[in-house]
Design a protein around this ligand. Structure first.
Ligand code: CTP
Ligand code: MG
Length: 273
């Protein structure tokens, strides 16, 4: 059963007595999609969320991914602030499921500020919030639902994560070193204890709101790039659930090539079925 189809809640999973779990939650689940970034690392062109993947904007893929999840009944899109109307127009013909409410609000100068503006648009009956980067348009629905289920079962925060596959070295960052100059290795990090996190990151609404109240954005273009990190700093437990390789973030031009290849593979698989 989903709160999308019936107005009721997803059956709680997990052990409510577990030390990392608080009380079970019974309200609605909303997705907030920060999509207001420029996409500087993609190079010149339209804002990242508006760039096409096989002819459909990155953001439309991301909104569809949230709509496919059982848990989500409301999507708040945080649009590039210069032209939020363009995003509303782009989503209108996107054929989104009628049972899901989609709201567009203008974003801010940093991801943290954009998330804060998205949270401000949530109605009172939302008690679980999934913050999902528009830049991760291909996350599978079961990953989204696994995050929501962990929070619904009582975790204050749940984040999808993947094992780290690269060997990782520690260096001593030295701003005075010329770009590209050789860097001395300080240590090799044991990757068994490392995880790379993805989105959607799920939160009890009150916990995320508290994090945004306490950790005011210090300005600049970055702010906090990870909501869960803000929640950790407040001392709340954060749990990891299995992530998915298709939930990768589009950051550099090669990521667009990979995303289009994933979409083409999905179309082929759907056609062969
Ligand atoms: N984001 C946002 N508002 C900002 C900055 C970022 O809503 N002021 C969003 C982006 O649109 C993206 C997500 O946060 O969906 C993750 O950020 P990132 O991948 O860094 O995207 P950009 O900031 O757009 O890219 P870059 O850092 O290369 O400029
Ligand atoms: Mg950025």
């Amino acid at each position: 059963m989903s709160d999308k189809s019936s107005g009721s809640v997803i059956p709680p999973r997990g052990d409510p007595q577990d030390a990392v779990h608080g009380s079970r939650r019974t309200g609605r689940t909303a997705a907030v999609i920060p999509a207001a970034g420029r996409g500087e690392r993609l190079g010149p062109g339209a804002p990242k969320a508006l760039r096409p993947l096989l002819g459909t904007p990155v953001l439309v893929h991301a909104v569809r991914a949230m709509c496919r999840a059982e848990a989500v009944s409301l999507v708040v899109v945080v649009a590039p602030p210069d032209d939020p109307g363009a995003v509303t127009e782009m989503l209108a013909p996107a054929g989104l499921p009628p049972g899901i409410e989609v709201v567009v609000v203008p974003g801010g100068a940093s991801r943290q500020e954009s998330v804060r503006l998205g949270l401000a648009a949530l109605p009172p009956d939302v008690d679980v919030v999934l913050v999902h980067d528009a830049a991760r348009p291909l996350v599978p629905a079961h990953t989204v639902d696994a995050v929501a289920a962990a929070v619904r079962a009582g975790a204050p925060a749940a984040v999808p994560a993947m094992p780290v596959t690269d060997t990782v070295k520690r260096v001593d960052p030295d701003p005075s070193r010329a770009p590209g100059a050789p860097e001395p290795v300080v240590a090799t990090v044991d990757r068994a204890g490392l995880r790379a996190v993805q989105t959607p990151q799920g939160f009890a609404r009150q916990v995320l709101a508290e994090a945004h109240r306490v950790h005011a954005d210090t300005g600049g273009s970055e702010g906090a790039t990870d909501c869960a990190g803000m929640v950790e700093r407040l001392g709340h437990p954060v749990v990891l659930v299995p992530g998915h390789e298709e939930a990768f973030k589009i950051t550099r031009p090669l990521d667009l090539v990979l995303a289009e290849a994933v979409l083409a593979r999905r179309e082929t698989l759907a056609h062969d079925r």
